[in-house]
Design a protein around this ligand. Structure first.
Ligand code: LLP
Length: 468
């Protein structure tokens, strides 16, 4: 069959663009669905024009991460306001792992964010840009003694995952003769209705203490009775990219019940309840997200009501990552070639899952835009897979997208990649990590240089003896 005939069939086959593009995950959300390349270029930032992105890529090269710094601040402020309007004492810890660029960390700190860290590396980065020890917390299901020692010495609050984790901490504190503030992460056994690899709060995951009353009370009792350990809070993070309010509501019901139980059985009035992060963002055109306002209006009254007999209402801690940064980020790649086959058509770009791992790891959808193309919807669109340059079959960054035929050398942008984009990137296949640019108040800043060969070679040590 002639290639052109194949296209005629696939396009004339009566398949509506809307149907092909509409992802399964969206059933029940929004009914109208716009193909991923609209006539007018648009992205979630509303701040970049196509021409601007093309110029940035021309100047700094591609692949290139570009962020809208003003949007990060706007998202933080929107989130904080939603909770402050509904609760008297709110403390927001930005989950550093979503995007650890130092400029992002310091810009959020300036806004009043504290930090949620998973490693000594993240804590060190926090210190680097001015976070104080008491403004950071350390959560991990698997902490080494040296990591614990680091956090205790510095005075960072430790979020414990289990009784064995507590036992390790007690050893460290004894050795250092130093007290430490802690919370325990509980596992509330909730289905957050998100991808399985980012569901953290159900009973088969590795996270937290299952909220069997016995185990939890034992953990807090041990902590309370040890002079080095100051139990101050309870923590529960149920997953990421959650767009329904119900799982958050279930979580807050459980967390508040735990707080009540601790007061009743151990006479322990917690200083804070930490509901974790997890608020999702709309990744699809016309997808309806969950707003911080709706979330706050749902969970805050539950805490106020259930804990109304506390002498002091506990602080409410939250630790979003994605919500603040995801929509601000765009990854610009360059089209290397377009390959048409009888089965599938591929747009080959000069980036891959080494720079954007989410499609492979979570079957994640990122909208794509071919920059600078004028699109005639009635005739120009074909179905393409956007293929990365990593030597693996799974390296498909976008599937079944109706796009115009791009010219070799033109730019293709992936949207909403500000969270877990660069921060999950690697040097696999020995490609250089991309540069990062931030736009703020109309100016552009290079916030990370593109890697060079020196970066790839930097820590390698060659030995003449090993040649033979
Ligand atoms: N708190 C804890 C304890 C966490 O483990 C996480 C994320 C957060 C807060 C922030 O969650 P967020 O608000 O960003 O949903 N790489 C995946 C997401 C992994 C999330 C890991 N933990 C992705 O690209 O979807």
């Amino acid at each position: 069959m002639d290639r052109r005939d194949f296209f005629k069939i696939s396009l004339a086959g009566g398949v509506s663009l809307a149907l092909v593009q509409r992802p399964k995950a969206l059933a029940g959300t929004s009914s109208s669905f716009v193909p991923s390349n609209s006539k007018e270029y648009f992205d979630s930032t509303g701040s970049f024009t196509q021409q601007e992105l093309i110029e940035l890529a021309e100047k700094h090269g591609a692949p290139l991460y570009v962020y809208d710094g003003d949007l990060i601040i706007k998202k933080f402020q929107e989130f904080r306001k939603a909770f402050q309007d509904n609760y008297p004492k709110v403390n927001i810890h930005y989950a550093f792992k979503a995007n650890t660029n130092l400029n992002v960390l310091s810009m959020l700190r300036k806004q009043g964010a504290a930090g949620e860290c998973i490693s000594t590396g993240e804590m060190e980065m926090g210190f680097e840009v001015g976070y104080k020890a008491e403004e950071m917390m350390f959560t991990s299901n698997s902490k080494s003694l040296s990591e614990l020692e680091f956090a205790v010495k510095k005075g960072v609050l430790i979020n414990l995952d289990s009784i064995p984790d507590l036992e390790n901490l007690i050893e460290v504190c004894k050795k250092l003769r130093k007290q430490v503030r802690v919370s325990f992460r509980i596992n509330p056994d909730i289905n957050p209705h998100t991808h399985k690899n980012i569901s953290t709060g159900h009973k088969f995951t590795k996270f937290g203490i299952l909220q069997s009353e016995e185990e939890l009370l034992k953990a807090y009792k041990m902590a309370k009775e040890n002079s080095y350990i100051l139990p101050e809070g309870v923590h529960s993070h149920i997953g990421s990219q959650i767009l329904e309010v119900e799982p958050f509501l279930e979580n807050v019901e459980i967390v508040t019940s735990v707080a009540l139980k601790l007061k009743e059985k151990l006479g322990l009035e917690l200083k804070f309840l930490n509901l974790g992060g997890g608020l999702g963002i709309p990744y699809y055109d016309n997808q309806i997200g969950l707003t911080p306002k709706k979330l706050a209006e749902t969970v805050c009254p539950v805490i106020k009501e259930k804990l109304k007999n506390f002498k002091n209402l506990p602080e409410l801690w939250l630790e979003p990552g994605r919500y603040f940064v995801a929509q601000s980020g765009i990854l610009i790649s360059r089209v290397n070639s377009v390959k048409l086959t009888p089965y599938k058509n591929f747009i080959n770009v000069n980036t891959g899952f080494n720079h954007l791992a989410r499609p492979l790891l979570y079957e994640a959808y990122h909208r794509v835009r071919i920059l600078g193309e004028r699109i005639n919807f009635s005739k120009d669109l074909q179905e393409y897979e956007v293929a990365g340059n990593i030597c693996e079959t799974g390296d498909i960054l976008a599937q079944q997208r109706y796009l115009p035929l791009p010219k070799v050398g033109s730019y293709l942008a992936f949207l909403d990649v500000g969270a877990y984009g660069f921060s999950m990137s690697s040097e696999y296949n020995s490609f250089f990590l991309p540069a990062e640019i931030m736009k703020k108040r109309g100016s552009y800043y290079l916030i990370r240089k593109r890697e060079t060969l020196q970066d790839l070679l930097r820590n390698q040590i060659t030995h003449p003896e090993l040649k033979t």
